[in-house]
Design a protein around this ligand. Sequence first.
Ligand SMILES: [Zn+2]
Length: 264
Amino acid sequence: MINIRTGEVKTNQKNFYDDYKRTYGFEPLKIQTEYTKEEIASMEELERKREEKRIEKESRMVIFKYRCTVCGSITEDEDGLIIDPEETAEFKEIKCEKCQKEEQIQKRFYDFIKDVPIIFRDNLNFNQNKKLLTERNSILYGAYGVGKTTTAYSIAKELWMDQKIKSFKVVREIQILNDLRSDISDYEYKNADLLVIDEFGKVNNTDFTKAQVFNIIDYRNDWDKKTILICNASTTEELSKIIPVAIQDRFKKCVIKLEGKTKR
Ligand SMILES: [Zn+2]
């Protein structure tokens, strides 16, 4: 290493003299020699040439630039090949990783709503879909025939295909009540990975049977199992009458209203 200002040479290399000669084209000057102005200028010139060569070499590296066809963001990727400088900074039209991922999610969403009736499809937005799939408990409500049950089936299908659930059960509340009254085991209601209770709140139950349904819902909640209640209600006022205060807080995170012309 030469400090060209002071002329100081520091090296640990055995072949210092040979290397020096190869690099600079002349014998090294004596250590700690005073350099003449000309010598310094010539060394600076050599340094400059080396630097130019380095830059030239670097500029011949192929740097691929990718422009995302969707969001327009540009990513660079050096592949280390040295080819004609004209070919540097070549633009390739691709979809960036982020956009590819987004597209995948979008596609899944459209696959998901494919089976949902058209009258309802237009009202189901992407965020609702995400909420329906991810929240532990949800309520789907709306007037008759807007596709609530079909939607619940779609959610079940999506979760099942995604291997998030291994079992699901769609049942009307009255069926659960009948089973409970007949002493039929509530094991399945408690333990299915997803339980959809259709026509929830339709029948006027005794306090005793109501408590047993809440018991099932609470049990499921405690064991992190997803429950979806389907309610026939056109307004939030109607809904609040159907969903008892005792379980409202279990479901408040995901209450979704389905709208549309009735298909019946
Ligand atoms: Zn993009």
